[in-house]
Design a protein around this ligand. Structure first.
Ligand code: TYD
Length: 130
């Protein structure tokens, strides 16, 4: 779980942020998805993965992400498009407090596989051995 402030390559034409797999994110990016059309009072996520690592960037608007590794819960504010948050495998993640204009971009280390999800919190704690 770590937050990174990426360099903004801006000039008079506007801003640009570049993120490279295996360099700016510590894995090869195998999948990209994004979430939009969200509502402030409707959280998403609320699951963990056995293997998948994710990198989250609010490329528009903002949201909060609470990460829980079974020992501590930390809430991060994704409020600028140059802020990236690493969610490691076996970390429970909840995205919440979305602004209505939020576009949350997620880079993932694995292809989509429902079997990689842990969707029940008690199961998550059991896998961790807590
Ligand atoms: P879901 O995991 O519920 O989204 P969130 O993490 O925001 O709570 O995913 C919603 C639906 O989209 C669900 O049917 C699974 C599907 N899905 C894919 O097909 N591919 C993907 O890469 C992702 C992330 C989800």
């Amino acid at each position: 779980m770590s937050i990174t402030e990426h360099r903004i390559l801006g000039d008079h034409r506007g801003q640009l942020v570049a993120i490279e797999g295996q360099q700016d994110v510590p894995f090869e990016v195998k999948r990209v998805f994004f979430i939009y059309g969200t509502q402030p009072k409707v959280p998403r996520g609320q699951h963990s993965h056995h293997k998948t690592r994710q990198y989250l960037i609010a490329v528009n608007g903002s949201c909060k992400v609470t990460l829980d590794d079974g020992k501590q819960k930390i809430t991060y504010d994704l409020n600028h498009p140059n802020i990236g948050l690493l969610q490691d495998a076996l970390v429970w993640g909840t995205m919440h407090d979305f602004t209505s204009d939020c576009v949350l971009l997620v880079l993932a280390s694995e292809h989509y596989d429902e079997a990689d999800y842990i969707r029940n919190y008690d199961d998550f704690l059991k896998v961790l051995g807590v």
